[in-house]
Every structure is written in structure tokens, then in C-alpha cells.
Ligand binder design. Structure first.
Ligand SMILES: Cc1cc2nc3c(=O)[nH]c(=O)nc-3n(C[C@H](O)[C@H](O)[C@H](O)COP(=O)(O)OP(=O)(O)OC[C@H]3O[C@@H](n4cnc5c(N)ncnc54)[C@H](O)[C@@H]3O)c2cc1C
Length: 297
């Protein structure tokens, strides 16, 4: 499948390249359009030590390159991809290693260069936040992804606001755990708005909190922009984030309006499963892909 030309053309929209250098070049091209990047090496859900080692080496490599670019970059990390699914302590040590490299690369540079911890399933939620807190306490520039569909996120955001941390708010992509999460799009969206109100409240700004609104939902973008204006948040003191390739037109339009916008930019040899998931999220793509594959035979 990976070799099919039509499928590859469509899928490659969602990835920044196969190598770190290609991803950096894509990030530079985005920067020329006023768009920042969050780099993510594609190697999810690994359960073999050699794959963990490969993931960690790739993350360290990107951090090394970070110090040679003038780019404002996040490095996204899934705890399980750096070993936490095999042994949490080993994964946490790997995350600390990557964090130290980011800290060195970010030192004294302008921008919001940091490690962004992605959020996976509920069983690792508390441990992921604890890992964020531990690394932040030793000076690693950190940000934490939190999921609006979980009931617990309201309390987690309140704590992060009080600490003046950085939070990327997403709706939540994992299976909603019974009794712990809002179910249904409307309820999740309502909670997303409620949490956005907390993140963009004047008190959060005064606490030095940094909100990252990560959604493709344009009504939520406008909701956040309106709140930010009313509550005294200057443009650039908060940011939006979307997936590379999903709505680059919307990203460019936000940048033109002076909003700070970042795209989650995955790269790596194993890009196919990730790209297929993104294709599946947009029904237009499925039709295009079917036509492309049939046409390419
Ligand atoms: C930067 C970023 C990081 C994320 N990190 C995590 C994480 O760590 N943990 C986690 O659980 N989830 C994560 N997610 C996924 C998130 O939880 C949602 O599942 C996902 O963003 C869909 O919700 P939405 O609000 O963007 O769009 P929806 O509410 O699904 O849809 C809103 C609009 O956006 C459009 N849209 C949505 N997705 C696409 C697409 N791929 N292509 C084209 N149009 C699209 C829809 O068609 C619709 O018009 C992340 C999302 C983003 C943007």
C-alpha cells in the first residue's frame, strides 16, 4: 500500500518527511508562512526495548538539531513510545534524557521551545502528569496535553493554571472510559468550552499560564479568540495547534490574523499507520483515496 502513488500522495500530506532533516525542512517552510511546529517522531505503542531505543535516539537527534535551527519548536513525546509501556521508570528516565537535551537546546533562545507530553489512555494519565511535574521541577521546559472528555481534567487544569504551566487542550482520541468521561460530541465540546474559559480567564494570565487550544473546530477557535480579547490576552500569549495536513488553510488564515499557530508535525519511516488514521478522519479523503487507488491500478 505504501508504494501506491495515489495513496502515498494523500498520506504524505499528513507527515513532515521520513527523516529528522526532512521534518526540519518542512518546519522551516511552515515558519515562512508564520506557522510553528511540534515535531513528533512516529513510533507509537512500542513494546520492545530495541524499538524504544530507536525512538529515544530519534528524539535525541531532533533535540540536537533543534539547537542548530532558529525555529520555535515543540518536541512531542508519548510516554509509551519512550519505554513507559514496558517499565514506567525506564520510560521516565528516557523522557528525562530527552528533556535535558531540550533544556540545553532551548536555553536562552526565543520562542516556546519545550517538550510536549502527549496524553494517552486513562490508566497512564496521572503518571504522565506526574512525569511532566517532575521534569518541570528540574527546569525542563515542559507542556502537558490534557483531554476535555475526562471528568478529571477540570481539576488537572485548575492545578496547572495555579502552577503557571503550559497545557495543550484536546478533546481526547482514546476510547472514553465508562464513568470517567463525557460521551457524545456535544457534551465533550461543551466541556472543551468550559475548560477554555478556565484557561483564558484573567487569573490564568496573571498566574503565567500558557494555553494551547488544539482543535480543528473553527467555532472553538473563534470562541477562544473572543475570550482572549475580552480577558486581556495579547496575541502570542496563547496559541492554537492543529495536525499538519488536516486544515493547513485554516492554520494559514489564523497566522494572517496575527494568531500564534503551531502544527503537530509527525515524521519517520513508519508514517503509514498514522497517515491512514488521519485520512480516515476526513470522509472527503476516503473518496479521493478510493478514486486514486482505482485510477492508479
Ligand atoms: C495538535 C493535536 C494534538 C493532539 N494530541 C492528542 C493527545 O495527546 N491525546 C489525545 O487523546 N488526542 C490528541 N489529539 C486528538 C484530539 O483529541 C481529537 O481527537 C482530534 O483533534 C479531533 O477533534 P477536533 O476538535 O480537532 O475535531 P472534531 O471535533 O473531530 O471536528 C471538528 C472539525 O474539524 C475537522 N477535522 C477533524 N479532524 C480532521 C482531519 N484529520 N482532517 C480534516 N479535518 C478534520 C472535522 O471535519 C470538523 O469539521 C490531538 C489533536 C491535535 C490537533
Amino acid at each position: 500500500m505504501q508504494d501506491r502513488r495515489a495513496a502515498t500522495a494523500l498520506a504524505s500530506r499528513y507527515v513532515g518527511g521520513e527523516t529528522a532533516q526532512e521534518a526540519i525542512e518542512t518546519a522551516k517552510a511552515l515558519e515562512r508562512q508564520g506557522i510553528r511546529a511540534s515535531l513528533f517522531y512516529l513510533g507509537e505503542f512500542v513494546d520492545r526495548p530495541e524499538l524504544v531505543a530507536e525512538n529515544v535516539a530519534a528524539k535525541l537527534d531532533i533535540c540536537e538539531r533543534l539547537s542548530h535551527t532558529g525555529l520555535d519548536l515543540h518536541v512531542s513525546v508519548d510516554p509509551t513510545q519512550v519505554g513507559c509501556s514496558i517499565d514506567w521508570d525506564m520510560g521516565a528516565r528516557n523522557a528525562a534524557l530527552i528533556g535535558a537535551r531540550i533544556q540545553a537546546a532551548a536555553n536562552g533562545r526565543p520562542g516556546v521551545n519545550c517538550m510536549m507530553l502527549d496524553m494517552e489512555d486513562l490508566p497512564v494519565n496521572a503518571a504522565t502528569i506526574a512525569l511532566h511535574d517532575r521534569l518541570r521541577a528540574v527546569g525542563v521546559p515542559m507542556a502537558q496535553t490534557l483531554q476535555a472528555y475526562l471528568y478529571k481534567t477540570e481539576a488537572d487544569i485548575a492545578a496547572k493554571i495555579a502552577e503557571g504551566a503550559r497545557v495543550r487542550l484536546v478533546k481526547g482520541a482514546m476510547l472514553a472510559p465508562a464513568g470517567a468521561a463525557f460521551t457524545g460530541r456535544a457534551a465533550i465540546r461543551r466541556n472543551y468550552m468550559r475548560l477554555t474559559e478556565m484557561m483564558l480567564a484573567p487569573a490564568a494570565r496573571e498566574a503565567g499560564f500558557y494555553p494551547i487550544i488544539a482543535t480543528h473546530d473553527q467555532n472553538l477557535h473563534e470562541f477562544a479568540i473572543d475570550l482572549a480579547r475580552r480577558n486581556g490576552w495579547p496575541q502570542g500569549s496563547y496559541e492554537f495547534e492543529m495536525l499538519y495536513g488536516a486544515r493547513n488553510d485554516v492554520a494559514r488564515a489564523l497566522a494572517r490574523r496575527g494568531e500564534r499557530i503551531r502544527l503537530y508535525l509527525p515524521f519517520g519511516r513508519d508514517w503509514w499507520p498514522y497517515a491512514v488514521r488521519r485520512i480516515g478522519e476526513n470522509p472527503k479523503n476516503v473518496v479521493l483515496l478510493a478514486r486514486g487507488i482505482i485510477g492508479g491500478r
